[in-house]
Design a protein around this ligand. Sequence first.
Ligand SMILES: Cc1ncc(COP(=O)(O)OP(=O)(O)O)c(N)n1
Ligand SMILES: Cc1ncsc1CCOP(=O)(O)O
Length: 547
Amino acid sequence: MVYCSSQLLSTSFPLLNPKTLKFDAKYSKNWLPLQSTEGLVKGLYQTRVLNLRAMQEDKASAVTSDGSELRVPHVLTVAGSDSGAGAGIQADLKTCAARGGVEVVPEDFVAEQLKSVLSDMRADVVKTGMLPSTGIVKILLHSLKEFPVRALVVDPVMVSTSGDVLAGPSILATFREELLPMADIVTPNLREASVLLGGVQLETVANMRSAAKSIHDMGPRNVLVKGGDLPASSDAVDIFFDGQDFYELRSSRVKTRNTHGTGCTLASCIAAELAKGHPMLSAVKVAKRYIETALDYSKDIVIGSGLQGPFDHLSKLKRNVHNAYVQRAFDSGDLFLYAVTDSGMNKKWGRSITDAVKAALEGGATIVQLREKDAETRDFLEAAKACLEICRSKGVPLLINDRVDVALACDADGVHVGQSDMPTNVVRSLLGPEKIIGVSCKTPQQAQQAWIDGADYIGSGGVYPTNTKANNRTIGIDGLKTVSLASKLPVVAIGGIGLSNAQSVMETGVPNLKGVAVVSALFDQECVLTETKKLHAVLMEAASRVK
Ligand SMILES: Cc1ncc(COP(=O)(O)OP(=O)(O)O)c(N)n1
Ligand SMILES: Cc1ncsc1CCOP(=O)(O)O
């Protein structure tokens, strides 16, 4: 069995002497030159190899009874880290272990590691996974007495997915008698709960409740019996018992083979929430929701061909995991012919938003904004999703007017906001660095602020009077020039612009004025396609003159 000490050391102590746990050049001397000359990646694998190598080095100097040197074979693996553990350094380690190349780390070594980490980093919460020997459990308990933590989360890993019991009778007794009484929460699945209780059958939610109670009697402050393996259950039901009340925590069962590591993940998430200071029940609820979401995001991922596959822990950080679309970077040229929709106008002419957007794209629109002032949220979202598909097929960005929530929900390319909408810096923090943000500006100060707050472009106007937006102050061509000259961001002109005046707007000659944004000139017209084509031609003509 490989009990990899580098799990404990990997992130914090890359070049440690395993005996003293101090930095020791001895453990780097053979390694660093190789690393620097070969340009190898530093990181997890380096640590693991070093630890193995370090341990082996000490052994290599041992002498056998007949006086000859006991030479332990060394394998140096130079590879990447595969978090799925099927390839890379993890596969190398497992293979070496299988072939007799790695040994279980000595208990005093684990004790030293725990001491080093707990005394130095003052952990808030400790979470345990598979503990391979009674000695190591005892060392852990001893360390926790010496360096108390706020909470101990015990994931009693005792039965493998294939059903093998990983913990022998003596370790089981230590779990029951010593580890569980110190735990703030223990999180057995059905098989582990059954093993802890001496082999009782657990087949119903009622069984799970009595198991939670019996395990609680062993001493942990809280028990979570996980019912993922409960037969004939459409929900994933877990029973949480805090010694007083039972809570039946249900989530929908995600149909996927990618469930490898859910137990470790759930317990780690509970630990993370506790470390942040959250109460136990809410930590458990968050963890359960996190698992459900991550499983759902990863349900169709295909990695490996075994019975179980890994899921994507970082799905929350990646919007729309299923969507292979990679948004291209914003280009100020996108502002050339900016089509801004208006549901009232399209309704008046008897067409859907999607038909209107299709026609505008066909006519040459280079960016689209959905400005659906009267739409119900759900209809707006549906329209946005449909238009997004159309725009993406043409490689044209689609922005949402005002509604950051709608943009996030459909993963639109960005948002346009006005001076009384959500502040631009808040929009940026919600949307992240890649999305496009436009801001309406009528003054140089607003333009300066938009730049500071992280906008990508500004919309400036109304250049001319308009019937589309009520009570909108007109700034004229001069106002547009003043704002554009002051702006560090590209500018699109808006307000009352159409075939008759687009050329005058573009001929202002301010270099960062990149195009015109229009509503009625395209959408309050019988044929969107024709009008867009005509406006595109006018803009092209103007652009050729300016050059
Ligand atoms: C490109 C572009 N420029 C300006 C506006 C106006 O936005 P805002 O000031 O938020 O007013 P409403 O559009 O919300 O009425 C715009 N939408 N697009
Ligand atoms: C939304 C907006 N913001 C400033 S003017 C305006 C309306 C533009 O519409 P139109 O192009 O029909 O004048």
